[in-house]
Design a protein around this ligand. Structure first.
Ligand SMILES: Nc1ncnc2c1ncn2[C@@H]1O[C@H](COP(=O)(O)OP(=O)(O)OP(=O)(O)O)[C@@H](O)[C@H]1O
Length: 303
């Protein structure tokens, strides 16, 4: 869906995007994660043909960008850097203007199409209010509705939850998961680890313009080879497990073991009551910190 090869953008002496090889496949919910200023917006704008690369190649839906971007844009919904809208017009009217300006879709089905997009982003009940009375979150949703008008195969979203409250963030997440289930590939940039961890199936981590990591979230969050156990019989468990307990904190134990099911059977057989048991997994935060090294505490800062 999206492939870049050695994609680079310089602004004077600043290398905003540095030799990035990105691969987004059909059906992905791809999280492009990086701290503020790491080059996300620049890359997203290049993908859409809004900014020219200094060097490197981009393919969007199989076509080279910017050369043939006009052919693929009708299949791409985009939300980049704060949705632009006419403040004195209603949300519905804004969408109607956008819809009329775009290609595809007949006039006859316009009303339904716009209504459906507003419904999907939860704006149907306020659609007559002028956009200048909208909160930032409502504007963000309107931008998303605009991106949905033509039922895109690919959605490209730059920080889509900026300015939304936790409830709004959850609604957008659920909407994106639903759209993805219906076949839309989702590519979004974010500086929030938790957002990407909750929403995405595939993750690319960018740090100072370089892609330092790209993989399936499930692979990144592989089991650590330890099992977390909670038991009221912690002392007995420590005695039985003979040196394999790495840490004990009251009822909670960290045990070196590959297989929680086998460990559970062993403990129960030995008369140890098990309240909970699970494989320990690395968090995305740990993975990212390892990949980016010192200074990467900039991830996840609000702003
Ligand atoms: N038009 C421009 N002229 C000069 N430098 C620019 C321009 N656009 C971006 N930059 C620089 O390129 C780098 C990457 O910026 P970019 O906006 O792409 O990062 P970002 O990860 O999207 O950050 P944010 O989330 O804050 O927008 C920054 O150092 C920025 O100052």
């Amino acid at each position: 869906m999206i492939t870049t090869r050695a994609l680079t953008k310089r602004f004077g002496t600043t290398v905003a995007v540095d030799a990035v090889d990105l691969r987004v496949r059909e059906g992905d919910r791809y999280g492009f994660l990086g701290p503020n200023g790491s080059g996300k917006t620049t890359l997203v704008r290049m993908l859409l043909g809004l900014v020219y690369a200094t060097s490197g190649e981009i393919e969007l839906l199989g076509k080279p960008v910017p050369k043939r971007v006009a052919e693929v844009l009708p299949d791409v919904g985009a939300l980049v850097e704060g949705p632009g809208a006419y403040g004195h017009l209603s949300g519905r009217r804004n969408l109607a203007l956008l819809d009329a300006a775009g290609r595809g879709g007949s006039r006859r089905t316009r009303r339904g199409r716009i209504g459906e997009a507003l419904e999907r982003v939860g704006l149907a009940h306020v659609d007559q209010r002028p956009v200048k009375a909208y909160s930032l979150g409502m504007r963000q949703r309107l931008g998303l509705a605009a991106a949905l008008l033509r039922k895109p195969r690919l959605l490209v979203l730059d920080e889509p939850t900026n300015g939304l409250d936790p409830q709004g963030i959850r609604e957008i997440r659920e909407l994106l998961i639903e759209l993805n289930r219906d076949g839309t590939t989702v590519f979004l940039s974010s500086h929030l680890l938790a957002e990407v961890e909750h929403l995405c199936t595939r993750v690319g981590v960018v740090d100072r313009g370089r892609l330092v990591l790209e993989d399936e979230l499930a692979a990144l969050r592989a089991a650590t080879g330890r099992v977390l156990v909670a038991t009221p019989d912690a002392a007995d468990a420590v005695a039985i497990l003979d040196g394999r307990v790495e840490n004990r904190d009251g009822e909670r134990l960290v045990i070196r073991h590959e297989d929680p099911a086998a460990l559970n059977a062993l403990l129960v057989r030995s008369g140890v009551r098990v309240r909970s048991i699970d494989s320990e997994r690395r968090t995305l935060e740990q993975v990212v910190l390892e990949a980016t090294g010192p200074g990467s505490d900039r991830f996840g800062e609000p702003g």
